[in-house]
Design a protein around this ligand. Sequence first.
Ligand code: DSN
Length: 510
Amino acid sequence: MADIHDGVRKYVEPVEGEKAMSARSRATIATTFTSLADHVEGALKDLIAGVGGVDTPPLDDVAVLASLSATDPELTSAIALNEAQWRNYLVMIPSMNVARKEVRAILSSRLTDIYAEGFDITGRYYTGTGPSSVVEDLACERAKEVFGASFANVQALSGAPANVAVYLALLTPGLSEFTTTRDGQIPTENYAANPADRVLALGLAEGGHLTHGLFLNFSAKFFDFRHYGVTGEGFVDYDQMERMANEMQPAMILVGASAYPRDYDYDRVRRICDSLEAPAIFMVDMAHYAGLVAAGLMKNPLEYGADVVNFTTHKTLGGPRGAIILTNDEKIHQKVRTAVFPGLQGGAHFNNIAGIAWILGFARTQAFKDLQKLIQDNASVLSEALQENGIKLCSGGTDNHLILIDLRGQDFTFQPTGKDLNGRQASECLERSGLIINRNGVPGDTRKPWVTSGIRMGTNVLAARGMGAPEMEEIAGLVHRVLTNAGDPAVEAEVREKVFALTAKYPLTV
Ligand code: DSN
């Protein structure tokens, strides 16, 4: 690892007394670092020369990077390693994408320095905020146009804060069974006396999100979340949702997920919300598939009566990190605004907001629509090809950009232990093979969330590289080869060479 700074290399050296699982993870990272060592110098040179990663760097970024490698080689080494990984491995985490060079250039503009607390051009606390107000206005106008919404908020720093803002705006917090005091759990009679508003959402193992009421998350500590699940076939169980809604009379029903490969029956959810003693708020968290909605490839929940729709801007949409909250209801919009600022945050990140404005401008083009179609088509071909290789998928396929594999009962053995392969082991075997996917809970999972029985993969970055159906078929074969020889270093090395050949043929050019 001659090209990796010693300060970076030390992180992969074995640690005495480390637990076996952690030691294996460290060894996996060491394999990644070693396999990328030959590529790091080239990645760094290109970064400094301003090609590949940043071919239109703003101002004097090229000179800055060049000096950084001399003044802070440890950090530069880690940055170059990350660049080398993106270039040479196949990143298939469905919540990741590659922000285009325009977005990356905008992120490093002077908008990063602005404090512009407040909203609208005349509604800012500080002076000097005129230009940044125009940027935010453009982002909001474009969000409304692309998604057909009456109101948009683009200030939430990311998806979790956007969800917090909506809960704070529209629900009454109180005590829940997961509220804790400094001394421990609050006695049941206390929370019965000060109940939080109830929310019905998809459970984490069924595909939901941490902020949709995981017991460790703020959402479950301040609000009373209950969870519906999926049917045996892996589709949202709307009958269960209706039964539970009738029993618990929630203040909100939340739809949307992080690991659910299908579209939703929004009509049915709206009907369930309206059938309750007091109509429930219908919230959708479409963080993962917002790009597909923008391109008209999946249903737009606003057209089916959703009251409020949240999403991050960096998943399928492909923009910078950030979030958008949409609604057609002015009262909801005003409450959400106040909840975001000053309720939850101080100054928003205006470099991100400018990047959001850019990606939403791009979303109006045919090039964006073609890219989203490729993401969706690739997921569909990949899911078919995995199944042709004998791999069973949750729900038997996908409507969006992601695929969920339940490893249970599929005869995959982790060779070092001779036991059934779990999600954590599978994801690390695939990482050592150059395929970055993530472990994921699957419906009815009895393994802990840190281990899981499933893996999740997505096609955002594969499409950004320009890959299509033949490459999806090849990748399905590679995934199958790794899973059926899990933990075999020779197979991992063989697959990694094939991944290097694929990434060399389809470089990241955006
Ligand atoms: N944890 C992210 C994901 O990977 O889906 C969502 O926040």
